[in-house]
Unconditional design. Structure first.
Length: 315
C-alpha cells in the first residue's frame, strides 16, 4: 500500500470521526438541508421543459424537443425584457442600497443613544414590521395612502396643503419610490440587528484610544465605527447581489395594479403571469433559467470587483 492510499484512508477515518463527534449538530441541521435538497435542487430536473413544447397533461418525455426556441422568444422576438429588466434592476438595486445603508445608519445612531432602555424599545419597535405579512402591510398602506379615503391625503386636504389627493398607490411615477420606502420600513429592524451585532464586535480599546487622542463622538463614528462596519456591509452587498433579479413576489403581487403595472412588473411577476396564468410553462421556465444564470454571474462579478477594490470578498 503506497503513501497516497494510506493518507486517503487516514483522511476518511478522520472525517467520519469528526462527523460522529458532531452528530447532534448534524442531526439538528439535517431537516434544513433535506428541505433545501428536496425543494431547491431536486426540482431542477424540471428545467428540461424549457427545451420542450410541453403541454399540461402530457408526459414530458413525449413532448417535442424545441431547443432554445423559448429563450430566443424572450430575448429576440419581443421587447418585454427591456422594461422588465429596467424595473427589476432599478427597484431591487434601490431597495438593496437604501435598505442596507439605512440599516447601517440606524444602527450607528442607535448605538449613540445614552439610554439603554430607550435603545431596546426602539430596536424592538423597529423589528416588529419584519414579522408582519405583506397582506397586512398592503392593508395598512391602503388605509394610509388611498387617494379617496386615506389618512395621509385626507389630512393634507383638511390642512389646505392639497386640493386633491395624491394617488401614491396607483400613479406609476411613485411606484419605485413606494416600493423602496416600504421595504426600508419593513426590513430596517432586521438589517439593523446585523449591524448592531457588528458594532458590538468592535474592540472597546479602539474607542478608548480614539478618546485619548482627543476624538469626539463624530470622530469615533467616522474613524472607528464606520470602518468597523465596512466588512459586514461588503459581505451583505455581495450576498444580496445575487438576489438583484429576484423580487419579493408578495409585495409586487399586492401593490401592482392596472395603473402602475408598467413600472411595477418585474421578472418574477412576468414568470408568474406566463407560467400560472397563461399556462405557458416552457416559456416561463426559460425566463426563470436565464434569471438564475445572470444572478449567479452577478454574485461572482460583484465578489471579484469587491476583492479588487476593497480587498474584501467571500470567496
Amino acid at each position: 500500500m503506497n503513501q497516497v492510499e494510506v493518507t486517503s484512508k487516514h483522511n476518511i477515518k478522520f472525517l467520519f470521526k469528526q462527523l460522529y463527534k458532531q452528530k447532534y449538530l448534524f442531526l439538528m441541521v439535517s431537516p434544513a438541508v433535506l428541505f433545501v435538497l428536496v425543494f431547491n435542487y431536486s426540482t431542477l430536473g424540471g428545467w428540461i421543459i424549457a427545451f420542450k413544447d410541453y403541454k399540461i397533461g402530457l408526459d414530458i418525455r413525449e413532448s417535442a424537443w424545441v431547443g432554445l426556441h423559448n429563450f430566443k422568444s424572450f430575448l429576440f422576438t419581443n421587447d418585454d425584457y427591456i422594461y422588465l429588466i429596467r424595473n427589476t434592476l432599478m427597484m431591487n438595486f434601490g431597495i438593496l442600497i437604501v435598505s442596507l445603508g439605512g440599516a447601517m445608519l440606524f444602527a450607528i445612531l442607535l448605538n449613540e443613544l445614552k439610554s439603554r432602555h430607550f435603545t431596546k424599545f426602539v430596536q424592538t419597535a423597529s423589528f416588529f414590521p419584519f414579522f408582519i405579512s405583506w397582506v397586512i402591510v398592503y392593508s395598512i398602506s391602503s388605509s394610509l395612502l388611498s387617494v379617496s379615503n386615506g389618512v395621509f391625503n385626507e389630512t393634507l386636504i383638511r390642512w389646505g396643503i392639497l386640493e386633491n389627493g395624491i394617488n401614491l398607490l396607483g400613479d406609476p411615477k411613485y411606484a419605485w419610490g413606494l416600493a423602496i420606502f416600504i421595504n426600508l420600513w419593513k426590513t430596517l429592524g432586521y438589517n439593523g440587528v446585523i449591524f448592531i451585532a457588528a458594532i458590538a464586535s468592535i474592540s472597546p480599546e479602539l474607542y478608548e484610544a480614539a478618546e485619548i487622542d482627543g476624538a469626539n463622538r463624530w470622530h469615533k463614528i467616522k474613524y472607528v465605527t464606520i470602518p468597523g462596519l465596512m466588512t459586514t456591509l461588503v459581505v451583505l452587498l455581495i450576498l444580496n447581489s445575487g438576489w438583484i433579479l429576484n423580487s419579493n413576489w408578495d409585495m409586487y403581487f399586492l401593490f401592482t395594479n392596472s395603473m402602475n403595472w408598467e413600472k411595477m412588473e418585474v421578472l418574477d411577476m412576468y414568470i408568474y403571469k406566463y407560467g400560472l396564468k397563461l399556462t405557458n410553462y416552457p416559456y416561463a421556465t426559460a425566463v426563470g433559467i436565464l434569471k438564475s444564470i445572470v444572478s449567479i454571474l452577478l454574485i461572482f462579478s460583484v465578489n471579484k470587483l469587491s476583492k479588487k477594490t476593497t480587498g474584501k470578498s467571500i470567496m
